[in-house]
Design a protein around this ligand. Structure first.
Ligand SMILES: Cc1ncc(C[n+]2csc(CCOP(=O)(O)OP(=O)(O)O)c2C)c(N)n1
Length: 275
């Protein structure tokens, strides 16, 4: 395990960027670890990978990777990523984004990128809050949760990002928490290997921005909450119909997989037809 961690560090990280900006107990570093392991397992040439991100703690991830990256404007990572893919279809394009970045200010880009189905991988770090700016309510904050801007509890209903992605046309959709390392690495691999819009939502603790308002003040309590409040698809299937109907836990697993025509190929077909 140590050798593997050392290998990932030496091969992919920009050590001059350390220490990271992440707080104690934050799960964003784990997301980076899992993504790099997925890339390593596939055997991608890192010089042929472009990382795109918007603005937020999670969007800082490309800066730690010794590879080409676009740290863009808030909510616009998917527009940049689509442009990179259209201009250079041979590159692997991976987006790191947050729930605020992708589903708040970037919500419209999200649904249209899924609809267009360009061959990009989107890793959305859902920490239920705007972490970087101090823990405000986000489009995924659970109902009733306290945040800096909902001190009496969030009265709104959150987005289910995976259902949104499926509805908009994404051909690969998976959700995990950072407490499932092997499953997350596999899901990231599958998303990268999908010829089209591969979406992985990761539920990630933010003890500083979200946890402190919601009685998950330390890292341990935050991490345990994610384990206790999620259930895998396999475990859900094993329940009786009555238990399944009563389930209130967040379901994790690969939620959707289908083949759909990919955007850059469709464009190439149009070009070939008219030229
Ligand atoms: C146009 C614009 N509006 C607002 C901001 C302020 N801002 C910076 S990060 C951020 C929220 C990021 O939240 P999220 O994407 O969930 O990332 P996290 O920090 O939680 O990882 C906001 C609102 C900005 N930088 N640009």
């Amino acid at each position: 395990m140590f050798n593997q961690a050392q290998k990932i560090r030496d091969k992919y990280l920009r050590e001059e960027m350390w220490p990271s900006i992440f707080c104690t107990g934050c799960g964003v570093g784990n997301v980076l670890n899992y993504a790099l392991r997925a890339i390593d397992e596939i055997g991608l040439d890192i010089d042929k990978v472009v990382f795109c991100s918007g603005i937020g703690c999670s969007s800082r991830l490309p800066g730690y990777i010794d590879a080409d990256g676009l740290h863009t404007t808030h909510g616009r990572a998917l527009a940049f990523a689509t442009g990179v893919k259209l201009a250079s279809p041979d590159l692997t394009v991976i987006v790191f984004t947050g729930d605020g970045d992708m589903a708040g200010i970037g919500g419209n880009h999200f649904i249209h990128a899924a609809r267009r189905n360009a061959d990009i991988t989107v890793i959305c770090v859902n920490n239920y809050t705007y972490g970087m700016t101090g823990g405000q309510v986000s489009p995924t904050t659970p109902g009733g949760s306290k945040t800096a801007t909902t001190p009496y509890g969030n009265a709104e209903q959150p987005f289910d990002l995976c259902r949104l992605a499926i509805g908009a046309g994404a051909p690969f959709v998976s959700r995990w928490t950072v407490g499932y390392p092997y499953e997350t690495v596999s899901a990231m691999r599958a998303a990268i290997e999908t010829k089209g819009f591969g979406f992985v939502e990761l539920l990630v603790p933010c003890p500083t921005g979200y946890g402190k308002e919601n009685r998950l003040k330390d890292a341990k309590a935050s991490w345990e909450w994610y384990r206790e409040n999620t259930i895998s698809r396999a475990d859900l299937r094993a329940l009786s119909p009555e238990e399944r109907a009563r389930n209130e836990k967040v379901v994790v697993g690969t939620l959707w997989q289908e083949d759909r025509p990919e955007m850059t190929c469709r464009y190439q077909e149009v070009v070939d037809e008219v030229s």
